[in-house]
Design a protein around this ligand. Sequence first.
Ligand SMILES: Cc1ncc(COP(=O)(O)O)c(C=O)c1O
Length: 372
Amino acid sequence: MEGKRIRLIEPVVGAEEEKLIGEVLRSGWLTEGPMARRFEDLFKAFVGAKHAITASSCTTAMEMGLRAMGIGPGDEVLVPDFTHPATADAVIAFGAHPVLVDVSLSSYNLDFNEAEKAVTDKTRAAIPVSWGGYPLNDKELKDLKDEHDVLMLEDAACSPGAEYNGAKTGVMADITAFSFHPRKSITTGEGGMITTESDDYAEKIRSLKNFGVGKVGTESHFIRYGSNYKLSDILAAMGVAQMGKLARIVERRIELAENYNKLLSEVKGIKPPEKEKGIKHIYQTYAAYIEVEGARNKLIADLKKIGIETQIGTYALHLEPYFANLKKQGDLHRSKLLYENLLALPMCHTMTKSDQEHVVSQIEKHLKNYQG
Ligand SMILES: Cc1ncc(COP(=O)(O)O)c(C=O)c1O
């Protein structure tokens, strides 16, 4: 076991992806086309959404979502501080202003009570993130939306398959954006998907991603601003193959997470992620909290030396130079704590129980050493 390389994540790709990509290459149609439509139909059925629309990434999916909602200069959009920069970048892209809000120490997701305090007469939308695969609280989301007339765009980059008391990620918010970056549960290399129940948003997004094309009578014309955020059929072929594996990948990740929970419950100085009853957390990231002060970064470096790949959870945006001057709600101290202390553990589908025992025993050994 000593010296065996254990990766943070590995894409689950093989013969099915090769076969479908081959079909696209031989078809002569390489840009977005029939394979993207197949991918959308499969994703739509998986989530139970009315519309699913491919995009070039989750970031561009969010940009288009905000644009379709009519968000623009002067508008404020509530964003959790503990997230990937893309969540805030999508807001800035069209001249709107992100307002950074703190998160919960148990779910690592947006604290909806704090979000409510941040609402002003300029607030038009919020982008709660179902972080690492932990679903959003459906009721809290709807309360904020209905009581304050705030449009909801969920950043579900990490969460296809997650559920909150039966409410599926992908249908809770007005618009939901997913990512297929290789660190996600399923991947197309780079890619994204938007789901929505709204015919109006769907029509606008399909147009925005395709240079602003739309119908005037029966003819196609350019009827609004647009860009090129399409997903090539070569990548969509990967998506179609990956959809056949998604349910199994999610089950495997839950199995690995439950085993980590058991193993870590015996270890001092590290707290496994919490999970409310009735939710389906899909563990795109399995992030445990290191309680030994200053140990998290040392642990990442020391584990790397023996071939175990780990990572931080994600960023506290207010600590990054580009986002430091954005409007903030409160002191964002919980986001800072998570940024400094969360450790993402390896979650490869190929991991064995003994790999997991090795990871946990090395964490335990190093944590003990740091404390003397
Ligand atoms: C929460 C979150 N949002 C957005 C993104 C960006 O996704 P993409 O790389 O597909 O643009 C990521 C990527 O890691 C993410 O973790």
